[in-house]
Design a protein around this ligand. Structure first.
Ligand SMILES: Nc1ncnc2c1ncn2[C@@H]1O[C@H](COP(=O)(O)OP(=O)(O)OP(=O)(O)O)[C@@H](O)[C@H]1O
Length: 319
């Protein structure tokens, strides 16, 4: 939320006089407005010689604040939004696209869970390159040096069936549509996502964004260190990270793909890390596991908004 001064150009009613009046009550920004008793402010405005324009100014600020909230949507509007904006982004991994009925849903957070070498990074790289090739740009937040341009190059070359020249052009186009950033702690991630959110909001006003996919490989290596102990702060930070990612996905029609490792559960059976509180965050949760001895990997649904839990398929990772 911005300062009142920064809004003057767009909303002339928030002029010098209105800003002086607000400043005399300790109000300089929209946040200051929210913590003030507005009925008191309106009665002070009433006593001022310029009461009409001051009250118009207050109404204008209130309508700006209202506009910042997500509106209530009825069923028809939600259906239209789903049909118009919330498409599927194919990952390029056949079994995974098949089980997801087309791919990653825009507006949703999908989580890949699995032990080491179960194909989580490979699916992320595959999805990043496929989206970059066919749908828009991808941002890859790399928490453990897993982003490998060489692996992406191999994926693209395998997918390509055309001439060498065309392949080079295609490679350049795809590679330049994927940006990767290393991120090693949660606060750095908050910073980057906050900055991204601001950029996206401004772009939406101008010409719209071409960003379609955000990948975080892995989210668990950022969240696990802040959890545990008696301090509940870690758990609420984890929830905030999840909500921020879901808000970005929903408001900007992106798909968010994160990875999570497994830990030993009851009877030694592996279960997703990050516990019960995180479990409710992703819209879709897929469990990956290798089929030892060949290039096949298994994917099964742990959670989905419309596909039955337990459905499974196979996908290939060429070595
Ligand atoms: N640099 C690489 N180049 C090509 N193939 C690789 C590379 N690293 C891993 N692989 C192959 O991909 C398979 C899946 O590895 P991947 O890195 O996707 O697993 P992961 O689930 O992300 O593991 P981790 O949790 O340890 O990061 C591996 O078994 C291996 O066969």
């Amino acid at each position: 939320m911005g300062t009142l001064r920064s809004m003057e150009r767009e909303f002339p009613i928030i002029d010098d006089n209105f800003q002086r009046f607000c400043a005399s009550h300790g109000i300089f920004s929209l946040e200051d407005f929210l913590v003030h008793d507005l009925s008191k402010l309106a009665s002070f405005a009433e006593m001022d010689a310029a009461s009409v324009s001051l009250k118009q100014g207050i109404a204008q600020v209130m309508s700006i604040i209202d506009g910042l909230h997500q509106p209530w949507l009825n069923g028809i509007e939600l259906l239209d939004d789903a049909k118009l904006n919330k498409h599927f982004l194919a990952t390029g991994c056949e079994g995974i696209d098949q089980i997801l009925r087309g791919g990653l849903r825009m507006g949703q957070l999908t989580e890949l869970v699995g032990p080491s070498s179960s194909g989580k990074t490979q699916v992320c790289l595959c999805a990043a390159s496929h989206v970059a090739e066919y749908s828009g740009t991808t941002m890859f937040f790399d928490t453990g040096n897993s982003f490998s341009p060489e692996r992406i190059e191999r994926i693209i070359n395998r997918r390509s069936k055309s001439q060498f020249q065309a392949d080079q052009r295609r490679l350049v186009r795809v590679m330049s549509s994927i940006s990767s950033r290393s991120v090693f702690d949660l606060f750095e991630l908050f910073d980057m996502l906050g900055h991204l959110e601001n950029t996206l909001k401004n772009q939406v006003k101008d010409e719209g964004s071409n960003l379609r996919l955000i990948v975080i490989d892995s989210i668990s290596s950022l969240l696990a260190p802040i959890l545990g102990g008696i301090d509940a702060n870690g758990w609420s930070l984890m929830q905030s990270a999840g909500f921020l990612l879901k808000r970005l996905a929903d408001e900007h029609n992106l798909s968010v793909l994160v990875t999570n490792h497994t830990v030993g559960g009851e009877g030694g059976l592996p279960k997703p890390a990050l516990g019960e509180s995180w479990k409710s965050i992703p819209h879709v949760r897929l469990l990956l596991s290798p089929d030892y001895g060949n290039d096949m990997y298994n994917v099964s649904i742990l959670k989905h908004t419309s596909v039955a839990m337990g459905s499974s398929a196979k996908f290939v990772i060429h070595r």
